[in-house]
Write a protein that binds this ligand. Structure first.
Ligand SMILES: [Zn+2]
Length: 356
């Protein structure tokens, strides 16, 4: 596992390794084959990404200035090639391929949240073009951000549907790009779980903003719709009730803790980055619901400003991050404000006490 800032983490997959292992251990022959192929492809992609990071390609020049939504969606046509064949680009009409249109709309919804609410011009705040490839591989059970673009598998159709189906998954993946651009949080242990949590926070906000839902109305699930009806589960994760998203004979039970008392120490999943993210996820949910209205307006702003805070470092853990959100709530809304108290209270409820 590469730890330095100059060598970014490999790729950010939405499906954690322990879920795929569950399928390999408990799935049918067909499910196991798809899961093993996904694991093998993920390993190769990580290796390619590590090699690419050692020889970085300069990013496309940004135009700067005004809002620049520039989307390109490609199809790999079930091969493992990137980016594949161009299927739809900015301003063009919908096509007959639903995955292409969902990817296009998801990239757009993510751009819109960041631009409309946080005045951020794309992932790098410099108008970086957004590109995505759909139909990657055959029955590929994952979606990922590789540092340059999004990639979606079709899913095996037995456990997972197509990965473009969940707009919050698209927001989650692109938010990894934003976090990488701002702070490069390490992708292991507590900083890694914060990295995952920030992606869930902004992924959920993308969905809520797209649907026009208040914090009260939102389902606070990550990846709803991704499971087929053969799976006993609603989604990959629940920010509202971590640990309750699924409980399935093949996938096992959602392992997320909701409180520091149940923090999971493991070497799997880069030290539980998709597991312990349940703790900061629930803190965000509690803060957003306590503040009321639209989650992106107050809680979202506080978390976004924390992400941009120069005091946030690559190795920041939960407690320091919690303190920074309280500090930013004070900066935005005032010392002793309801907002500052709500944020501190949310963290206290998951076992992290910070001074006002
Ligand atoms: Zn992620």
């Amino acid at each position: 596992m590469c730890m330095s800032r100059s060598c970014p983490p490999s790729i950010f997959c939405i499906i954690p390794p322990y879920m795929l292992r569950g399928i390999v251990e408990h799935g049918s022959a067909q499910q196991r084959t798809a899961a093993i192929e996904t694991i093998l492809a993920d390993q190769t992609l990580r290796q390619m990404r590590t090699e690419a990071a050692a020889h970085p390609v300069p990013p496309a020049p940004a135009l700067g200035g005004e809002a620049e939504k520039r989307r390109s969606v490609y199809s790999a046509n079930n091969q493992q090639t990137l980016p594949g064949v161009l299927a739809r680009e900015e301003g063009s009409e919908p096509v007959s391929d639903v995955s292409v249109n969902e990817a296009y709309d998801g990239l757009g919804a993510t751009y819109d949240l960041f631009w409309d609410q946080f005045s951020r011009n794309s992932i790098d705040d410099e108008g970086q073009p957004l590109s995505a490839t759909v139909h990657f591989g055959r029955g590929y059970n994952n979606a990922f951000w590789n540092g340059e673009q999004m990639v979606f598998g079709d899913g095996d159709g037995k456990i997972f549907n197509r990965f473009t189906i969940a707009i919050d998954v698209i927001g989650h993946e692109l938010a990894h790009g934003v976090t990488q651009d701002e702070v490069g949080l390490r992708y292991s242990l507590q900083p890694g779980a914060l990295n995952e949590s920030l992606s869930d926070v902004f992924g959920s906000l993308v969905k809520q903003y797209h649907l026009g839902q208040t914090a009260e109305q939102a389902d606070w699930l990550i990846g709803a719709g991704l499971f087929t009806d053969q799976v006993q589960g609603a989604a990959l994760r629940s920010m509202k009730a971590p640990g309750t998203a699924y409980d399935d004979p093949v996938l096992g039970k959602d392992p997320q803790p909701a409180h520091m008392d149940n923090f999971v120490r493991t070497f799997e999943d880069n030290g539980g980055v998709h597991i312990n993210s349940g703790i900061p996820n629930r803190a965000f949910y509690l803060a957003a619901v306590a503040l009321g209205g639209n989650a992106w307006e107050k809680a979202g702003h506080i978390w976004y400003e924390t992400l941009r805070d120069s005091q946030l470092r690559a190795n920041t853990g939960f407690l320091r991050f919690a303190g920074l959100t309280v500090r930013n709530a004070r900066r935005l809304f005032g010392q002793g404000s309801d907002e500052q108290r709500a944020v501190a209270s949310a963290w206290a409820q998951v076992g992290l006490r910070v001074a006002l």
